[in-house]
Design a protein around this ligand. Structure first.
Ligand SMILES: [Fe+2]
Ligand SMILES: [Fe+2]
Length: 371
């Protein structure tokens, strides 16, 4: 186990985290780790939950689909994929335009933290569980996220940066979510992750002159992993119809609104990054929301009305309020801060109260990546 050079070749999460490229990451840069340590509404968090309740899930109602999905994940088509090869072009980090460099590093650090957050949560579930179905699934997902995080750290290392993942595991604050909130939030983050990566991948396939970094070439296989993880959470939710009906639909709407609007605000903080990709962030957001909504019909009985006139306006108001809030925090102006927070809250409420679209959920949940 000790001799494994790269997390990409690991068969288990433990092996991935003991690989040499993980150990090298411990020689870190304080700035990147500090960035990853931040806990704001907009930065990736680490989660903990009631692991016993999750361990008690009985997957028999979805057994047939479950076994197929687990079989696909065990076949492990992406083993060895997440490391540099001859397709990895040289990057002139020194020569990169400073604003683009800063935003791109921010993108990589935040992606790495998000991947690792999944890894830590899944690994913990696997460690605490006794239910063989659950333990098997979480081991497989933790393995994938460890590879993803390790690969992003490889890319960062070329820029002289690494996120100290061991330090994060020990020191970053953990947010408690009840299992059902973990399902909604994690399902959506896996599916929106798929939609984000495949949209960039397809865009760069058509416009390769905008591919300013080789990591985007890996996005297709990458997002297929996230797609499978989302499938697993869809099946977990299917085991208990209560999770996606009655009062819980309000929670689903809340998570949809929160996940979509967070993505919008965060992406608009990186104008140079999107300009380099040749992507208009408003177009990109709408594209990703459309794909995610289409996919989430597999299990959620509602989708957000993203073509409602209040939707785009609400997102823009939220984004402006957030920018003002960040500025007020910097300058220490308490009145501006209160004002901006109130505007952000009112924009969010306006988004949340747009009537949702209802539809029937199919009997069979399973999907394959289609974009
Ligand atoms: Fe991932
Ligand atoms: Fe994932």
């Amino acid at each position: 186990m000790k001799d494994l050079q790269h997390s990409a070749d690991a068969s288990t999460v433990e092996e991935a985290m003991a690989a040499q490229n993980y150990e090298q990451a411990i020689v870190d840069s304080e700035g990147a780790t500090a960035l990853a340590m931040q806990n704001t509404l907009l930065t990736p968090r680490f989660y903990t939950t009631d692991f016993d309740e999750m361990d008690a899930i009985d997957v028999s109602p979805v057994r047939e689909d479950w076994d197929v999905l687990i079989g696909q994940m065990q076949a492990d088509p992406n083993k060895g994929h997440f490391k540099k090869n001859e397709d990895w072009d040289h990057i002139d980090w020194e020569g990169m335009e400073p604003k683009l460099k800063a935003e791109f590093i921010d993108f990589l650090v935040s992606s790495c933290t998000a991947e690792f957050s999944g890894c830590v949560l899944y690994k913990e579930m696997k460690r605490r569980g006794n239910n063989e179905d659950i333990v098997t699934l979480f081991q497989l997902m933790a393995r994938d996220e460890a590879r993803h995080a390790g690969f992003i750290n490889d890319a960062l290392r070329e820029a002289g940066i690494a996120v100290n993942l061991g330090f994060l595991t020990q020191k970053k604050k953990y947010t408690y979510f009840r299992p059902k909130f973990i399902y909604y939030a994690t399902y959506l983050s896996e599916k929106i992750g798929y939609a984000r990566y495949i949209t960039i991948y397809r865009h760069l396939e058509a416009n390769p002159e905008h591919r300013f970094h080789p990591i985007f070439k890996w996005f297709k296989e990458w997002c297929n992993d996230e797609f499978s993880h989302g499938e697993a959470f869809a099946l977990l939710m299917k085991t208990d119809p209560k999770l996606t009906s009655g009062g819980n639909v309000w929670w689903i709407k809340f998570f949809l609104t929160a996940v979509y609007s967070t993505m919008y605000v965060r992406d608009h903080q990186r104008p140079a990054f999107h300009a380099a990709l040749g992507v208009d962030p408003d177009w990109y957001a709408h594209e990703v929301f459309t794909k995610t909504s289409e996919i989430s019909k597999q299990v959620f009985p509602i989708t957000l009305d993203i073509d409602h006139p209040r939707w785009q306006r609400g997102l823009e108001r939220l984004q402006k309020a957030n920018a003002d809030l960040a500025e007020a925090k910097q300058s220490g102006n308490i009145f501006k801060r209160i004002g901006a927070s109130a505007r952000a809250a009112s924009a969010f409420i306006s988004l949340y109260t747009i009537p949702a679209k209802q539809h029937d959920v199919p009997v069979s949940t399973r999907l394959e990546p289609a974009y």
